[in-house]
Design a protein around this ligand. Structure first.
Ligand SMILES: Nc1ncnc2c1ncn2[C@@H]1O[C@H](COP(=O)(O)OP(=O)(O)OP(=O)(O)O)[C@@H](O)[C@H]1O
Length: 311
């Protein structure tokens, strides 16, 4: 039977009084490149920590390719490679030894060496294979630690904010390598704050807010459904008519970005400005992006949270 890569069923997590996960249901099929997005504190890391078997859920369960992460921890863990935000390593090994050791922990021996070579090559570490972990520069260490999570050739790879604070070169290299692994059949789950990354790489997106999934769809559908267009108008220092103020997504040095859900709104904005005696100095119409979807779903978090807690 072809199990989903990851099946999350009604997962809750309480930290004392805090209800950090409020019934998360999510199925990720084998071969997907999936993005999990959400503002700080939405619960992404908590969900990944439960997935990786590092913490237990308060209720619900998660299976990796059919293996329950608690009841069948070892099998589930073997199928999973998790690149966490913060990583620890043993400083006494060189890079290749460290990767072999890591794979050995999962019961793999010399037969896994070609894969270790592929990982070293893919992450630009081939010429550092014999360098002691202690002697690597910060950026190279980061690469080695990503390699470590992949050493046992896991079919399901989870990357938790892998490019936070990472230089452009590694970012590009990492994505090329991860895209190749995805083409080869590995399932990839990515959490990121870089919405652009999710937009270009991932075919499906889940957005979390306050411990719940608030949107789940293909990247293309989300963009179509929510985003519409961006109208960027250079107006200078003006006072906008009341009726168009709520459509403004962003203002910077006299350039106003309006989020439009319908093309007819262009005429509405322009005629309001005209009626208010405001002159348009320049105008641009752009496709909106995942950031719009994200903001329209997770914006006003604090205000809504307050409202929800009063109800
Ligand atoms: N061990 C813990 N003890 C108590 N509260 C915790 C613990 N871990 C997480 N939390 C809380 O649970 C909520 C969800 O945190 P989590 O780290 O999962 O969010 P996140 O979406 O990963 O955010 P970020 O993008 O900042 O990593 C937050 O309010 C956080 O403070």
């Amino acid at each position: 039977m072809n199990h989903p890569a990851i099946q999350i069923r009604d997962v809750h997590k309480h930290f004392g009084a805090l209800h950090a996960l409020r019934g998360v249901d999510l199925t990720i099929e084998q071969g997907e490149f999936f993005a999990l997005l959400g503002p700080n504190g939405a619960g992404k890391s908590t969900l990944i920590n439960i997935l990786a078997g590092l913490i237990a859920p308060s209720a619900g369960n998660i299976a990796v390719m059919g293996f329950d992460v608690q009841q069948q921890y070892q099998q589930a863990r073997q199928l999973l490679g998790v690149v966490p935000q913060e990583l620890v390593f043993d400083p006494f090994f060189n890079v290749r030894e460290m990767l072999r050791f890591q794979a050995g922990y999962f019961g793999l021996g010399r037969e896994n060496d070609p894969w270790v070579d592929e990982v070293l090559e893919g992450l630009g570490l081939a010429d550092k294979a014999h360098t002691n972990m202690r002697k690597l520069s910060g950026g190279m260490k980061r690469r080695a630690l990503i390699a470590q999570a992949l050493a046992h050739k896991p079919p399901v790879i989870v990357l938790d904010e892998p490019t936070a604070g990472v230089d452009v070169e590694l970012r590009q290299m990492l994505w090329e390598f991860i895209k190749k692994l995805n083409r080869d059949g590995h399932t990839i789950i990515l959490t990121t704050h870089y919405l652009e990354e999710a937009e270009t790489l991932c075919s499906r997106v889940g957005m979390m807010k306050q411990g719940e999934i608030v949107a789940l769809d293909s990247t293309a559908n989300l963009l179509n459904k929510f985003a519409g267009k961006h109208l960027r108008l250079t107006l200078g220092d003006v006072h906008l008519p009341q009726e168009v103020q709520s459509m403004v997504r962003h203002v910077e040095r006299g350039v106003y970005t309006f989020a439009l859900t319908d093309m007819i709104q262009i005429e509405y904005v322009l005629s309001s400005l005209r009626a208010g005696g405001i002159k348009v100095i320049d105008m641009q119409l752009n496709e909106a992006d995942l950031e719009d979807v994200f903001l329209s779903l997770v914006g006003n978090t604090a205000a809504e949270h307050k409202l929800a807690s009063q109800l």
